[in-house]
Design a protein around this ligand. Structure first.
Ligand SMILES: CC(C)(COP(=O)(O)OP(=O)(O)OC[C@H]1O[C@@H](n2cnc3c(N)ncnc32)[C@H](O)[C@@H]1OP(=O)(O)O)[C@@H](O)C(=O)NCCC(=O)NCCS
Length: 193
């Protein structure tokens, strides 16, 4: 944790996810209702292995980190894990990327970090990976997630019915998409905006 008594200059960074942080991410999900919104195919309680199994072949998992200047005594930079998200290639087309499992530390929500993470994932997909299209699905009641995606430029293209795991229950989800051409036309490619 970053000390509250010493003033450090902090910044946000998107970084490859370190598998040893999977336990921390699993502990952010407090009940089955929260898990359904995030990962409807996973079983509660979420475990570190459950988090590690989210990623699809060819996909990349990322951490949103808060970084602070190196401490004078140790010369080690301080890094605080704030969020997690994935970019997975669609099976049919690797230029079509799927954003999955976006989550922010519950203690740090409603501070703009969900938007910051979404913006960085979009930048990574379009600028670093040169993807042509990004898709995602979200439950209609997940208003803060929908707001993050809309603010990043996504629009809802349709409603879909999905079944998860063994369940026969149909779930109504919104499918959101963003095209690289629209992203480049709308934004300067700066994820810090
Ligand atoms: C969804 C999630 C990532 C959003 O992260 P966050 O850091 O709280 O989001 P932000 O602070 O960037 O807020 C984004 C927008 O949502 C709004 N918002 C935040 N909390 C809200 C709430 N409880 N109800 C309604 N709107 C809310 C914010 O006001 C902001 O919109 P604005 O800029 O128009 O004011 C976070 O709530 C989370 O981890 N949820 C659990 C996992 C999950 O459901 N992931 C999404 C899977 S599709």
């Amino acid at each position: 944790m970053i000390s509250s008594t010493v003033q450090h200059k902090t910044a946000l960074a998107l970084s490859p996810f370190q598998s040893h942080s999977a336990t921390t991410v699993s502990q952010w999900v407090k009940n089955p209702q929260q898990l359904r919104l995030l990962a409807p195919s996973s079983n509660f309680p979420l475990t570190s292995d459950g988090v590690r199994h989210w990623l699809k072949p060819g996909g990349k998992a990322f951490s949103l980190l808060e970084t602070a200047d190196a401490q004078p005594k140790t010369h080690r930079p301080i890094e605080n894990l704030l969020g997690y998200g994935e970019l997975n290639p669609m099976q049919a087309n690797a230029q079509h990327v799927w954003i999955g499992h976006v989550i922010i530390d519950p203690a740090r929500r409603a501070q703009g970090l969900g938007s910051a993470l979404t913006n960085r994932l979009v930048h990574e997909a379009f600028i670093s990976q040169r993807a042509e299209r990004i898709s995602l699905v979200v439950f209609p009641e997940n208003t803060s997630a929908i707001r993050c995606y809309q603010k990043a430029g996504f629009t809802c293209v349709r409603e879909e019915l999905h079944r998860f795991g063994e369940s026969t229950q149909q779930n109504r989800l919104y499918r959101f998409e963003l095209l690289r051409t629209d992203y480049l036309a709308q934004t300067t490619p700066d994820p810090n905006q």
